[in-house]
Design a protein around this ligand. Structure first.
Ligand SMILES: NC(=O)c1ccc[n+]([C@@H]2O[C@H](COP(=O)([O-])OP(=O)(O)OC[C@H]3O[C@@H](n4cnc5c(N)ncnc54)[C@H](O)[C@@H]3O)[C@@H](O)[C@H]2O)c1
Length: 356
């Protein structure tokens, strides 16, 4: 099989490639990424020697580039991770989100439709999406696959739009698609603008740990390896046209997450818990901040026998250890662009990270 994986220099895409490339030597993998600020070539460094892996730089927002790469690769399977993914950046500058997430998905669907023609067997387009398309929950309930879309941020609105395009290309043109809507991921190789890596890196460096509002917002946390395992299963065995919600029953308030990170960092570095906790700072909340997300994953559990392998506690400890052990990766992620962004967004070059 020939896989075309978009956004494979990002967090989840690179972890997906680390899972599949070594375990499927008979298949080939082409990683297509535009090398945005969120891309980190170091995340795939160890795959570069693999005979069944190669990287192609292309911008999905440019139709001609997409047509060229899809024509050259002739993929059997497309796994579409590429997106602008940070809610705060989408509030400050939504245009790139429309280009990458909406136009990019449209260009990819069109290029695939042209290439696959009437072919329906042995081909699959998998679209990776988020639970944020469903909007915000109160204290009770969970999103299932029938929950109506109600996105709050420019990011989630563009992801919702891309989900609709993918479904329409199935219903109208018969492209065999699957979609997954997943909760918040954590784990190795995540850009430090996001909550977990930044809290870990700042905690270890003795820098402030900025928490939005009172840290009461609730997210359902899933280890990235569990998400990648779910995507692998859906691509292999999922029903064309079907959507799968993926979540780990791992609901935590942001404050619980930050507390758990403080504990893990204190334990791993031999510092006192009180001194790490002293670094916590409450900062002004994000506009339109969704209160709570929770996923009902019963469809994927029942139909594909998927269940998460990582408990939150074990996953968090493993994640903290990964960031503490990978200084070179962390240094490459905290680059000039990142400092410029934190300066513009927070009025300080101090690094701050939030849930998505
Ligand atoms: N991180 C999460 O918690 C989470 C949860 C659920 C779903 N998702 C979805 O999973 C996907 C991957 O998320 P992530 O956290 O790895 O994001 P990320 O920001 O870490 O990586 C995204 C990658 O896409 C690339 N990209 C962006 N625009 C592109 C374009 N126009 N052309 C080519 N490449 C482009 C970037 O360069 C980057 O390497 C996204 O679609 C996101 O919406 C993420």
């Amino acid at each position: 099989m020939r896989y075309l994986v978009t956004g494979g220099l990002g967090f989840i895409g690179s972890n997906f490639l680390h899972r599949l490339v070594p375990s499927r030597p008979g298949d080939s993998f082409v990683n297509v990424d535009c090398c945005s600020y969120a891309a980190n070539p170091k995340s795939v460094e160890s795959l570069e020697g693999c005979a069944n892996y190669r990287f192609v730089r292309a911008d999905l927002a440019e139709a001609a580039e997409v047509r060229e790469v899809v024509g050259a690769v002739e993929p059997d399977v497309v796994v579409h991770f590429a997106a602008e993914s940070h809610v705060d950046r989408s509030i400050r500058g939504p245009e790139s989100f429309l280009k990458s997430n909406v136009v990019g998905t449209f260009n990819l669907l069109e290029a695939v439709r042209e290439r696959w023609g009437a072919r329906r067997d042995g081909v699959r387009f998998h679209h990776v999406s988020t639970d944020e398309v469903f909007g915000s929950l109160g204290a009770e309930g969970a999103f299932n696959e029938e929950t109506p879309y109600d996105p709050s941020s420019p990011y989630s609105a563009t992801k919702a739009a891309s989900d609709h395009l993918v479904r329409a290309w199935h219903r109208t043109f018969g492209i065999p698609v699957t979609i997954s809507n997943c909760s918040n991921n954590y784990g190795p190789r995540q850009h430090p603008e996001k909550l977990m890596p930044l809290m870990i890196m700042n905690a270890a460096a003795g820098k402030p740990l900025p928490v939005y509002g009172q840290g009461a917002n609730v997210r359902d946390w899933l280890h990235v390896e569990d998400h990648c395992a779910a995507i692998e299963l859906i691509v292999d065995k999922g029903t064309p046209g079907q959507t799968y919600n993926v979540g780990g029953h791992g609901e935590r308030t942001n404050m619980q997450v930050v507390d758990a990170i403080c504990e893990a960092v204190a334990k791993e570095t031999g510092r006192s818990l009180a001194s790490v906790r002293d670094q916590i700072r409450f900062v002004q909340d994000r506009p339109g901040h969704d209160f709570r997300y929770a996923i009902d994953p019963r469809r994927i559990e029942r139909e594909l026998q998927w269940s998460p392998r990582w408990s939150f506690e074990d996953g968090l400890r493993d994640t903290v250890r990964w960031y503490l052990a990978n200084d070179a990766w962390c240094a490459s992620a905290v680059n000039e662009e990142y400092h410029a962004w934190t300066q513009t967004h927070y009025g300080t070059s101090q690094t701050e990270g939030q849930t998505s």
